[in-house]
Design a protein around this ligand. Structure first.
Ligand code: SF4
Length: 446
C-alpha cells in the first residue's frame, strides 16, 4: 500500500484543505503515515502570511526531501501560490499546486510517476471566480467540525498578502455548506466552526443571501449543538447577523473581531474598513445581546507610523473594549505589501516593549473574564488529555464562550458536551468539576 504524509502550516483553512486532500489520497487506497516517517508521497500545505511563514515552509519541504529522497514531494498552499518558481527551485520538489486545483493532485502524482518531470500548475488566482469544493466528511484529529464557507478577500489591508495568495472573495453555495454541516453532525461533531479567509464576508458575492441567512439555515439543522464563527470583521456585524444572534440558542457567545489597531490614524494607514468609534459601537451592541459574551481580537503592534502617543491611545481603547483575550502580533514586514515599503518603520526594541505591554494587558483581561464564571456551570467539549504539570490527568476543552477549562474526567468524555462547574479562574486554562446529572438539575447551566 502506498503511503502519504502531510505537514500543514498556517490557519484553520489550510488544515481544512489538507483534510480534503487526504480524502483524495484515501480514495486511491493510500495509507497516511506520520510526517517524521518515510513516505512515498509528501504533501506540504504552506503558509505565507509572514516572511517567517515562507521560511518555515522551505524548512519543512527540505525536511521531507531529506527524509526520503525517492519520495514524490508535493507543495501546495499560499507560499506555493505566491512564489511558485521559488518553491519549484527547491531541490527535490516535484509538484507545485497553488491554492486551487487541489483535486488534480492525484493525477499529477501519477503523471510524475510515469514521466519523472517536475510539474508546476500554479495559475493566476486573481482570475478565479469559483469556490473549489473539497469533500471533508470529518477530521482525523479534531474535536470540532470545521466548515469552510468562503474563500478569498477583497479588502487588501496594507499589511496583508492574503488576497494575493487566496484571490478575491468567493462564497460557497449555501446548499453545499448545509449538506456538509449535516455530514459533520452525522460524524458526531457537537460544534461546527464556520471558517474561511474572510468568513464574515460570506454572501457578499451572492444574490440576496448573506451570512445572516446562512446562520439561520444552519440553526435549523437538528443535531448541531453549537455554531461558532471563527472570525468576523466589525464592518460585517450588521443588523441581520445581530438579529440571528438574538434568536439563536446555538450560536456561541464568542466572537473573534480583529481590531488590529486602537487609533483611527493607524487604522487608516492599514486601510481597515472601520473607525475605533464604529468598532466600539458594534462591540457594545453584541454586549447588549449577550452580556457574558467573549470578544477576542487580533492586534498588530508597531505598525509603520505608530507613535508612542498613538500606542498609549490605542492601549486605553483596548482596555475600554474589555476583550476576553487579545492575540498580539508585532508588525512584521511582508514583502510585496504596501506597508512593507512605508516610511516610519518602528524599531524592533520599541515593538517588543509595546508587544510585551499588550500581552500583559491581555492576560489581565483573560483572568478578569474567567473570574466572572466561577461558581457557574458551563458546557465544555473536552478535546485533549492534559499534559501540563498543573492539570496532569485532567481533560480540557472549550465552553461556548471560549473559556478553556480543565477538569477531572475520563477519555470517553472527549468530544462530548459535559456540564462543568467552574471552581478556579485561569489566564489560559480555568479549572472545574463535572456536574453530575442530579447536581446539574439544581444549577441552571446556560
Ligand atoms: S481582511 Fe485584511 S487582513 Fe483579513 S484577509 Fe483580508 S486583506 Fe487580509
Amino acid at each position: 500500500m502506498s503511503t502519504v504524509a502531510f505537514q500543514t502550516l498556517g490557519c484553520k483553512v489550510n488544515f481544512y484543505e489538507s483534510e480534503g486532500i487526504w480524502q483524495l489520497f484515501k480514495q486511491e487506497g493510500y495509507e497516511q503515515v506520520d510526517f517524521e516517517a518515510s513516505a512515498d508521497v509528501y504533501v506540504i500545505n504552506t503558509c505565507t502570511v509572514t516572511n517567517t511563514g515562507d521560511r518555515k515552509s522551505r524548512q519543512v519541504i527540505r525536511r521531507a526531501v531529506r527524509r526520503n529522497p525517492d519520495a514524490i514531494v508535493c507543495v501546495t498552499g499560499c507560499y506555493a501560490q505566491t512564489a511558485p518558481a521559488e518553491v519549484a527551485a527547491i531541490p527535490g520538489v516535484d509538484i507545485v499546486v497553488g491554492t486551487q486545483d487541489r483535486h488534480r493532485l492525484l493525477p499529477l502524482v501519477r503523471q510524475f510517476q510515469e514521466q519523472r518531470e517536475p510539474l508546476n500548475i500554479v495559475r493566476n488566482i486573481m482570475k478565479t471566480r469559483d469556490f473549489e469544493e473539497m469533500n471533508v466528511p470529518g477530521f482525523s484529529d479534531r474535536t470540532r467540525g470545521f466548515l469552510k464557507i468562503q474563500e478569498g478577500c477583497n479588502n487588501f489591508c496594507t499589511f496583508c498578502i492574503i488576497p494575493w495568495s487566496r484571490g478575491l472573495l468567493r462564497s460557497r453555495k449555501p446548499e453545499n455548506v448545509l449538506q456538509q454541516a449535516r455530514q459533520l453532525v452525522e460524524a458526531g461533531y457537537e460544534e461546527i466552526v464556520l471558517t474561511g479567509i474572510h468568513t464574515g464576508g460570506y454572501g457578499e458575492d451572492l444574490e440576496q443571501y448573506r451570512l445572516a441567512s446562512l446562520l439561520e439555515d444552519l440553526d435549523r439543522i437538528a443535531g448541531i449543538r453549537r455554531i461558532r464563527i471563527s472570525s468576523i470583521e466589525a464592518s460585517q456585524i450588521d443588523d441581520g447577523v445581530l438579529n440571528v444572534l438574538k434568536n439563536s440558542d446555538k450560536l456561541c457567545r464568542h466572537f473573534h473581531v480583529p481590531l488590529q489597531a486602537g487609533t483611527d490614524n493607524v487604522l487608516m494607514r492599514m486601510k481597515r474598513k472601520y473607525t475605533t468609534a464604529e468598532y466600539g459601537e458594534k462591540i457594545a451592541r453584541i454586549h447588549d445581546i449577550f452580556p457574558d459574551v467573549a470578544i477576542t481580537t487580533d492586534v498588530i503592534v508597531g505598525f509603520p507610523g505608530e507613535t508612542a502617543d498613538m500606542f498609549e491611545q490605542g492601549y486605553r481603547f483596548m482596555e475600554k473594549m474589555q476583550f476576553s483575550e487579545m492575540h498580539v502580533f508585532p508588525y512584521s514586514k511582508r514583502t510585496g505589501t504596501p506597508a512593507a515599503v512605508m516610511e516610519d518603520q518602528v524599531d524592533d526594541e520599541i515593538k517588543d516593549e509595546r508587544t510585551h505591554r499588550l500581552i500583559k494587558l491581555s492576560e489581565t483581561m483573560q483572568l478578569a473574564y474567567a473570574e466572572k464564571f466561577v461558581g457557574q456551570t458551563l458546557e465544555i467539549i473536552p478535546e485533549r488529555i492534559c499534559k501540563e504539570e498543573q492539570h496532569l490527568g485532567m481533560i480540557a476543552g472549550y465552553s461556548d464562550n471560549y473559556l478553556q477549562v480543565a477538569f477531572p474526567g475520563s477519555k470517553d468524555m472527549l468530544r462530548r458536551l459535559i456540564k462543568v462547574n467552574i471552581t478556579k479562574p485561569g489566564v489560559s486554562v480555568s479549572e472545574g468539576n463535572v456536574m453530575h446529572s442530579s447536581e446539574a438539575n439544581v444549577v441552571a447551566s446556560l
